[in-house]
Design a protein around this ligand. Structure first.
Ligand code: SF4
Length: 132
């Protein structure tokens, strides 16, 4: 990220009200659209814009191995495995190669922070917008 965006992120971090507004704006968009779980380290662009944190085990690198034959979750059989959905969407969207990237473990210290500002600040990896 550029020095300007890094400085902007630092400026927001020093001003709690401004930072809270940024978090509010991000959540207002991402929660209804992506069912964002507010982890603060977004990988939506790598997971076909489907939030992997909706998995009850919060798996970020593919399914746990317990997915049922019909693609349903072993914890909540009434739901599809989120990775079953991610794979189908990635295939449809031409984004399958992005699933091969190994994602870092979740850093709980970033929970409830702004993923957008975390990208600007260089705390997390930037999104990958293009197709494969
Ligand atoms: S990966 Fe994290 S920041 Fe991105 S939509 Fe899911 S919970 Fe929200």
């Amino acid at each position: 990220m550029s020095k300007v965006s890094e400085n902007f992120a630092k400026f927001c971090e020093k001003h709690p009200r401004l930072y809270a507004c940024a978090v509010l704006a991000e959540n207002a968009f991402k929660k209804p659209v992506f069912r964002c779980q507010d982890c603060g380290q977004c990988i939506l662009s790598y997971t076909a814009f489907t939030c992997p944190m909706r998995c009850p085990k919060q798996m970020r690198n593919g399914p746990c191995g317990g997915t049922r034959e019909d693609g349903r979750c072993e914890v909540y059989p009434e739901r599809h495995c989120i990775w079953w959905l991610i794979y189908r969407r990635a295939k449809r969207m031409g984004r399958l190669k992005k699933l091969r990237r190994i994602q870092k473990p979740v850093d709980r210290r970033l929970q409830h922070t702004s993923a957008w500002l975390n990208v600007f600040a260089g705390k997390i990896d930037p999104p990958s917008w293009g197709k494969d």
